[in-house]
Design a protein around this ligand. Structure first.
Ligand code: SF4
Ligand code: SF4
Length: 351
C-alpha cells in the first residue's frame, strides 16, 4: 500500500479512536478522501473512453485485474449502499438521482459477481462522465453523513433488520462471489465501516487504478515517436506514468491538462503548421506558447532541447539525454539546463 496513504489512514484511525480528537479525525478523513478522489478526477479527465473498458492485467490475482470503469463503479456503489442502506437508512444516491439511466449500467449491484470478459463488457456500456458525476455525489453525500456522526455512533452495530434491508435492496447479487458482502458489512460497527468501504477500500482500488493507467500509458507509447512536440523526451519524462505521450490519445502532459480544450498549445500549433515538432519551426527562438511561456520555469530547458534536436537530430538527442541522466542527479532538467535556452543547449552539447 502507498506509504503516504497508509500513514494517513493510520493517523485518521488514531484520531477517531478518542472522543477528544474524533472531530479532527472526521475532518482529516474527509480531506484524505478528497485527495484520493483527485486521482480519479485526473484519470477521468485525461484518458480516452476506451481506457475505461480495458483490462491490461486481466486474469491476474488482485484488484488491478479489473478495468478503470469497473473500479469507479465498484468503489462508489459499495459506498452508496453502505452509507445509505446501513448508516443513514435512507435512499441511495443511485436511485434518488436516477443515476442508473444516466450511467447506462445494466446492473445496480456492486459488480462483485462479474468476472473476466463480463467486467470488460460491463465497462464498455458505462457512460463514464455520468459515472464520475455519480461518484462525486456519493462522496459528498457520505462526507455529510460522516460530518453528522457523533463519537458514540462509532460503536453502533447492525442487526437482522439491516441484513434484511440489504437483501431487499437487491443491490448485492445472490451470486456467491458477492452475497458474502452482506454478512461482512453487518459484522462491522460504524467504526469498522469507516475503516473499510469509506477509506481502505478506496486506497486498494485507486492504487489498482494507478497500476492499470500506468500500463495503459506504457502500451500507448509503444512504437510511438518518443520525442514530444515541444522537444521533451517521453522516454525520460517524470510524468511518464501519467502521460501516454502527446502523440497519442493518452496525452496527460501538464500543459494539455491545463488547457481548456485538453490540447497542449505546442502540439496544437505544430498540427496547425503541419510540422513534426517545435524544433522544425522558424519561430522557435521567440516562441512563448505552451511550454515556452516565460512564467514556466522549465521554458528555457524545453527550448534548449528543441534547439538541440533542430541542430543534431532526434537520435542524437535521445542519446544525449541518456548520458545527461547518467551524469546528473536532479529532479527536473531545468536545475541543470538553467533558464536560458542558448546556454541550456551548450550544456546539453557538453554531456
Ligand atoms: S508530458 Fe510530454 S514528454 Fe512527458 S510523457 Fe507526456 S508528452 Fe511525453
Ligand atoms: S510557434 Fe511555437 S508552439 Fe508553434 S510550432 Fe512554433 S515553436 Fe512550436
Amino acid at each position: 500500500m502507498d506509504k503516504g496513504w497508509s500513514d494517513k489512514l493510520k493517523e485518521v484511525k488514531a484520531l477517531l479512536s478518542k472522543e477528544a480528537t474524533f472531530r479532527e479525525g472526521v475532518d482529516k478523513l474527509i480531506a484524505f478522501r478528497e485527495e484520493m478522489f483527485a486521482q480519479i478526477t485526473q484519470i477521468v479527465m485525461n484518458y480516452p473512453a476506451e481506457a475505461f473498458c480495458r483490462a491490461p492485467f486481466a486474469g491476474a490475482d488482485g484488484y488491478h485485474s479489473k478495468t478503470l470503469g469497473y473500479s469507479i463503479w465498484h468503489i462508489f456503489r459499495i459506498e452508496d449502499i453502505v452509507a445509505h442502506e446501513m448508516i443513514a437508512e435512507d435512499e441511495q444516491v443511485f436511485f434518488g438521482r436516477n443515476f442508473r439511466e444516466a450511467i447506462r449500467s445494466p446492473i445496480a449491484t456492486t459488480g462483485n459477481e462479474l468476472a473476466g470478459d463480463e467486467i470488460v463488457e460491463f465497462s464498455r456500456r458505462l457512460d463514464i462522465g455520468a459515472l464520475y458525476r455519480y461518484a462525486g455525489e456519493v462522496m459528498a453525500s457520505t462526507n455529510r453523513i460522516l460530518s453528522g456522526l457523533a463519537y458514540a455512533d462509532l460503536k453502533r452495530k447492525f442487526g437482522e433488520d439491516t441484513q434484511a434491508r440489504l437483501v431487499a435492496s437487491g443491490c448485492v447479487s445472490e451470486d456467491e462471489k458477492a452475497f458474502w458482502l452482506i454478512g461482512y458489512w453487518c459484522g462491522k460497527d460504524v467504526r469498522g465501516l469507516i475503516g473499510m468501504p469509506f477509506s481502505r477500500h478506496w486506497i486498494m482500488h485507486i492504487e489498482a487504478m494507478r497500476r492499470i493507467k500506468n500500463r495503459l500509458c506504457r502500451e500507448a507509447r509503444k512504437g510511438v515517436d518518443p520525442v514530444a512536440y515541444c522537444g521533451l523526451s517521453c522516454n525520460h519524462c517524470f510524468l511518464g506514468e501519467w502521460c501516454g505521450s502527446c502523440r497519442t490519445a493518452y496525452n496527460a502532459c501538464s500543459f494539455a491538462t491545463l488547457s481548456p480544450d485538453g490540447q497542449c498549445p505546442n502540439a496544437k500549433c505544430c498540427g496547425e503548421k503541419g510540422i513534426d515538432g517545435c524544433y522544425e519551426c522558424d519561430g522557435l527562438e521567440a516562441c512563448e506558447k505552451g511550454f515556452y511561456i516565460p512564467s514556466n520555469d522549465g521554458a528555457g530547458a524545453a527550448k534548449a532541447q528543441s534547439l538541440y534536436i533542430r541542430k543534431h537530430g532526434k537520435k542524437a538527442f535521445l542519446k544525449a539525454l541518456d548520458r545527461f541522466h547518467e551524469q546528473y542527479d536532479f529532479e527536473k532538467r531545468p536545475e541543470i539546463l538553467g533558464q536560458d535556452a542558448a546556454e541550456g543547449l551548450k550544456r546539453l552539447e557538453r554531456v
